[in-house]
Design a protein around this ligand. Structure first.
Ligand code: NAD
Ligand code: UDP
Length: 338
């Protein structure tokens, strides 16, 4: 199966390309390298023996996409490309709506013109806003508290309208919980530019000595130990969820929505303890005030994906922390520039 992968040089997209190649699929990558480096291609090749086709360009550039799609001969599109930092989205809402919403609309127009009807979109558990209860099922109400979350919700709503009007299309919305971890080889991983916003890359940069300590945002939530609880999912399990979607619902017309999570919640301090154990390094931390917009706890009910996609996450917290550490300790400064 030939599949266009927008944002395929990024964290989740690159891991998904490796899993696709290992499953005999052919990913064709489009990325503007805004948040990734071309050296990712060499790592994919090192792991799989295959260097995927790569087109450098922006999904908002219709002529560029038309040209790629004319050459690529794909049957589906995995759409990872976008901006993803909550805090930055508050400062730069225009960039977020332009990249995430406008970018998706240009992509769908180009797909339509090329006669491609299958799209799998990277959505997020952030579309559940502040859930009243956990675990979260796909029919929970949606809302947004920041421009990033609103851009994901807007795209979901646009795609639902588009699918209704074009019933031959297959559109799958995958709502990711908290992707962490790395390929088990330690060759690929998360390489955030600047100060990490997310917990796991922050912990691993403290462990490797790039940062002094972790600030734990709030210890007065009503959770197991007062710190925030999330559903961390190994990025390779998440990648496999895309293959499961491509091979099943991605071939069926309709609008399909799935949570991709493990169904388990871990607190910030539990993550720190698990990482310290896996790395054999104490992770220094300090308690800090709550971060604006954070919720106390969030984890998935993943049973719909299990029943309908025949997929479930199998990797443990030990795998997530050990694999992250292998990547971070082998590549303390992330991917090289060349
Ligand atoms: P990432 O930043 O590592 O990857 C995104 C890739 O898209 C990057 O390589 C970037 O250069 C590229 N890109 C951005 N805008 C582009 C554009 N206009 N044209 C072409 N390429 C563009 O992010 P990621 O963590 O791999 O996330 C992938 C997707 O999953 C995003 O849509 C993100 O919102 C979504 N998501 C991520 C998380 C998470 O915690 N990582 C959680 C939920 C959802
Ligand atoms: N967190 C933290 N310190 C950090 C980054 C995150 O204590 O430097 C906490 C955050 O408050 C939340 C959890 O870790 O409870 C996961 O945060 P992340 O930003 O990784 O994911 P999200 O907020 O999107 O669930």
């Amino acid at each position: 199966m030939r599949v266009l992968v927008t944002g395929g040089m990024g964290y989740i997209g690159s891991h998904t390309c490796v899993q696709m190649i290992e499953a005999g699929m052919t990913p064709i990558i489009v990325d503007n390298l805004y948040n990734s480096k071309e050296t990712v291609l060499a790592r994919i090749e090192k792991l799989t023996g295959v260097r995927p086709a790569f087109f450098e360009g922006d999904i908002r550039d219709r002529a560029f996409l038309d040209n790629v799609l004319a050459q690529a001969n794909v049957e589906s599109v995995l759409h990872f490309a976008g901006l993803k930092a909550v805090g930055e989205s508050v400062e730069k809402p225009l960039e977020y709506y332009d990249n995430n919403v406008h970018g998706t609309l240009v992509l769908v127009e180009a797909m339509r013109a090329a006669g491609i009807n299958s799209l799998i979109f990277s959505s997020s558990a952030t579309v559940y806003g502040e859930p009243e209860t956990v675990p979260i099922t796909e029919d929970f109400p949606t809302s947004a508290t920041n421009p990033y979350g609103r851009s994901k919700l807007m795209v979901e709503e646009c795609l639902a309208d588009i699918q209704k009007a074009l019933p031959e299309m297959s559109i799958t919305l995958l709502r990711y919980f908290n992707p962490v971890g790395s390929h088990q080889s330690g060759e690929m991983g998360e390489d955030p530019q600047g100060i990490p916003n997310n917990l796991m890359p922050f912990i691993s940069q403290v462990a490797v000595g790039r940062r002094e300590y972790l600030s734990v945002f709030g210890n007065d939530y009503s959770t197991v130990d007062g710190t925030g609880v999330r559903d961390y999912i190994h990025v390779v399990d998440l990648a496999d969820g895309h293959l499961a979607a491509l091979n099943s619902k991605g071939k069926e017309a309709g609008l399909h929505i799935y949570n991709l999570g493990t169904g388990n919640g871990f607190s910030v301090l539990q993550m720190v303890a698990a990482f310290s154990k896996a790395a054999g390094v104490e992770v220094a931390y300090q308690l800090a005030p709550r971060r604006a917009g954070d919720i106390a706890e969030c984890w998935a009910d993943p049973s719909k994906a299990r029943a309908e996609l025949h997929w479930e996450a199998t990797r443990t917290i030990e795998d997530m922390t050990a694999d992250t550490w292998r990547w971070q300790s082998n590549n303390p400064n992330g991917y090289p520039d060349v």
